[in-house]
Design a protein around this ligand. Structure first.
Ligand code: C2E
Ligand code: MG
Ligand code: MG
Ligand code: MG
Length: 291
C-alpha cells in the first residue's frame, strides 16, 4: 500500500524533473541563437545621487524575448549561459552595447552618466573582453571611470584565483568595480582587501523591508560603515518607496536605485526620462532662487 503510493510519488517527481530538464535543454538550445536572431536587448535602470537626487548613472540589464516562449528573466537564462560558456559572447555584447551608448551620447553632446554592466566571473578571464575594453578606453576619448563592472561576491570568491588577475588587468584600464548583491554571498571580507573595489551595492533583500525589520536596518548600517571606512561608495538597490529612499539618505547612502525612481527601460525611454528629470530639477532650482 504505502510502497505503491511511494512509487507513484517517485514517478510523479521523476516526470516533473524530466520536464524541468527538457525545458532547460530547450532554453539552452534557444539561447545559442538568441544573439544572432536579435532577440536580446539591453535595458537601463537609473542610479540616483542620494543627496542631490541627480541621475548619476544607469545599470545595464539584459532582456531576452523568445518569439514563442516570450520574455525569459535573466535569473533564468544567465545561469544557463554561465554553465555552457555562452556568458562570454553574451557578456561581451552587453559591454559593447553600453560602450556604444556612451559613444553615441558623446557624439550627440549629451551629458554622460556612468553605466554599470553586470559581469560573471568567467568574463574576467575572457581575452576578448579585455581586448575590447582596452581598445575602447584607449580610442573612444571617454573617461573609463564611466564604466562600472558589477560582480557578485559569490562569483568573485568561487573563482578567486583567476578572478584576481583578470580584475587587476581590467582595473589598470581605469574601469571601476562594484560588488553586487553585497551581504548575500560569502561572509569572508578578506577579498575587500585583496581586490581593487570601488563600490558596494547593498542587496535588495536588505533594502526592501528596511523600515519594518530591525535586522535589515542593522545590516544596512553596518554595510554603510564598512564601505565608508574603506573609502568605498555605497549603493542601495531595490528602493521601492519614498520612505526607504529618505531613510537611506539619512544613513549616508551615496546612490539609490529602484522602482521608486524608475524601472529598467529601453534606451529611448531612458533618454526621455533623463531629459524630463533634468528640466524638472532646473525648474525646482529656479523656484528656490538658485538661478
Ligand atoms: P542585479 O544585477 O542585482 O540587478 C538588479 C535586479 O533588481 C534587476 O533584475 C532589476 O530589474 C531588479 N530591480 C531593480 N529595482 C528593483 C526594485 O525596486 N524592486 C525589485 N523587486 N527589483 C528591482 P533583473 O533585470 O531581472 O536581473 C536579475 C539579475 O540578472 C541581475 O541582478 C544580474 O545578476 C543578472 N543580470 C542581468 N543582466 C545581466 C548581464 O548582462 N550580465 C550578467 N552577467 N548578469 C546579468
Ligand atoms: Mg547588478
Ligand atoms: Mg544586485
Ligand atoms: Mg541580484
Amino acid at each position: 500500500e504505502a510502497k505503491s503510493s511511494g512509487r507513484d510519488q517517485y514517478r510523479f517527481f521523476s516526470s516533473e524533473l524530466d520536464k524541468l530538464a527538457r525545458e532547460r535543454r530547450t532554453l539552452e538550445q534557444a539561447l545559442r541563437h538568441a544573439l544572432e536572431r536579435d532577440e536580446l536587448e539591453m535595458h537601463y535602470q537609473p542610479r540616483i545621487d542620494a543627496r542631490t537626487l541627480d541621475v548619476v548613472g544607469a545599470e545595464a540589464l539584459m532582456r531576452w524575448t523568445h518569439p514563442e516562449l516570450g520574455s525569459i528573466p535573466p535569473n533564468t537564462f544567465i545561469p544557463i549561459a554561465e554553465e555552457n560558456g555562452l556568458i562570454r559572447p553574451l557578456g561581451l555584447w552587453a559591454m559593447q552595447q553600453a560602450c556604444g551608448l556612451l559613444q553615441r551620447w558623446k557624439a550627440q553632446r549629451r551629458p554622460l552618466i556612468s553605466l554599470s554592466v553586470n559581469i560573471s566571473a568567467s568574463q574576467l578571464a575572457d581575452p576578448a573582453l579585455l581586448d575590447f575594453l582596452r581598445d575602447f578606453t584607449m580610442h573612444s576619448g571617454i573617461d573609463p571611470q564611466l564604466l562600472e563592472l558589477e560582480i557578485t561576491e559569490t562569483q568573485l570568491m568561487e573563482n578567486a584565483g583567476a578572478a584576481g588577475q583578470g580584475l587587476s588587468a581590467l582595473r589598470q584600464l581605469g574601469v571601476r568595480f562594484s560588488i553586487d548583491d553585497f551581504g548575500t554571498g560569502y561572509s569572508s571580507l578578506a577579498y575587500l582587501k585583496r581586490f581593487p573595489i570601488d563600490k558596494l551595492k547593498i542587496d535588495k533583500s536588505f533594502v526592501q523591508d528596511l523600515l519594518g525589520d530591525t535586522t535589515d536596518l542593522a545590516i544596512v548600517r553596518a554595510i554603510m560603515a564598512l564601505g565608508h571606512n574603506l573609502g568605498l561608495g555605497v549603493v542601495a538597490e531595490g528602493v521601492e518607496n519614498f520612505a526607504i529612499a529618505h531613510q537611506l539618505k539619512l544613513l549616508g547612502c551615496d546612490e539609490l536605485q529602484g522602482y521608486h525612481f524608475a524601472r529598467p527601460m529601453r534606451v529611448e525611454a531612458l533618454e526621455a526620462w533623463i531629459d524630463a528629470r533634468q528640466q524638472q530639477a532646473g525648474g525646482e532650482r529656479r523656484q528656490h532662487g538658485e538661478h
